[in-house]
Design a protein around this ligand. Structure first.
Ligand code: ADP
Ligand code: MG
Length: 266
């Protein structure tokens, strides 16, 4: 049986700066995997490369339910069922979320009425009913925006959901609500990649596997207990325990091209 996401030897660079340096990851259907790591380790880049954002040179493989997505256009990947929720959701004043979902359904060739019925059911479960008749993300608190994003995703029934720091900037009650929304979305037809800087959200959300990314690689994977270990020893403690040399950040690596004396083209 194919996996929701199967990533093999994924590399990504911008100019001569290598950001992802060989990522392997298997996320089965029904599973939630968390990728944790210090700032600048390549977590957001992983999401960008999977969704097909421009500007990266990419090699390796990323199978979505058995279909290679690298090289496809952004909207093709989305139609195949790969969706990302954003760290900073955009606001669309004047457009109701229900209207947006109706248009998205039409665009995707789904029945708009059935989609809206499903949206109302899901919204009730996510405690997000009132968002449907308000402008998209307009005047919503941080936590409400994230729940609204999860609702938008869940309505479109992705096969793989990429959640990049959906817990950032939230107070503790909002983190708990967002975690509950992710648990609500969990299901046998979906694999979730949850990216987080802090282990806080993992107190309220059961991740099947936790992976630590450093310097563009997954350096360590484990069960939910890995979050507690990280909390205790910190990323630097883990780096020492694994005997990893601190790598220069890509911006530090950047000026090293003294042979050509050519400024890098970003
Ligand atoms: P994280 O999400 O783990 O904090 P990112 O994936 O955003 O990390 O970034 C990883 C590293 O790659 C950072 O050092 C960042 O400065 C660098 N980087 C990301 N995107 C670009 C880009 N388009 N051009 C140059 N450097 C980039
Ligand atoms: Mg990031």
């Amino acid at each position: 049986m194919s996996l929701a996401l199967q990533i093999r030897d994924l590399h990504a660079s911008v100019g001569s700066v290598e950001i992802l340096r060989g990522v392997d990851l298997d996320i089965g259907f029904g599973e939630v995997h968390a990728v944790m790591g210090p700032n600048g380790s390549g977590k957001s880049t992983l999401c960008h490369v999977l969704t097909g954002k421009d500007g990266y040179e990419v090699s390796g493989s990323a199978l979505l339910d058995g279909t290679e997505v690298l090289g496809l256009e952004v909207d093709e990947r989305a139609r195949l069922g790969l969706l990302q929720a954003f760290q900073y959701p955009v606001e669309i004043p004047g457009v109701k979320l229900s209207e947006l979902l109706r248009e998205a359904a039409e665009e995707w060739g789904a029945d708009p009425e059935a989609t809206l019925t499903r949206a109302r059911e899901l919204a009730e479960r996510l405690g997000a009913t009132e968002f449907l008749d308000r402008s998209v993300n307009d005047d919503l608190s941080g936590g409400e925006k994230k729940r609204s994003e999860i609702l938008q995703m869940a309505v479109l029934r992705p096969k793989a959901a990429l959640l990049d720091e959906i817990d950032s900037g939230l107070d503790i009650d909002a983190v708990r609500e967002v975690a509950a929304a992710v648990e609500e979305m969990r299901g046998p037809d979906l694999g979730v990649l949850l990216i987080t800087h802090y282990s806080r959200i993992l107190r309220y959300l059961r991740a099947d596997r936790i992976h630590v990314m450093m310097d563009g690689r997954i350096v360590c994977s484990g069960g939910p207990e890995l979050a507690d270990e990280l909390e205790a020893e910190g990323y630097e403690g883990l780096r020492e325990r694994l005997g990893l040399q601190p790598e220069p950040t890509p911006s530090e690596r950047r000026p090293s091209d003294f042979f050509t004396d050519t400024p890098f083209d970003f």
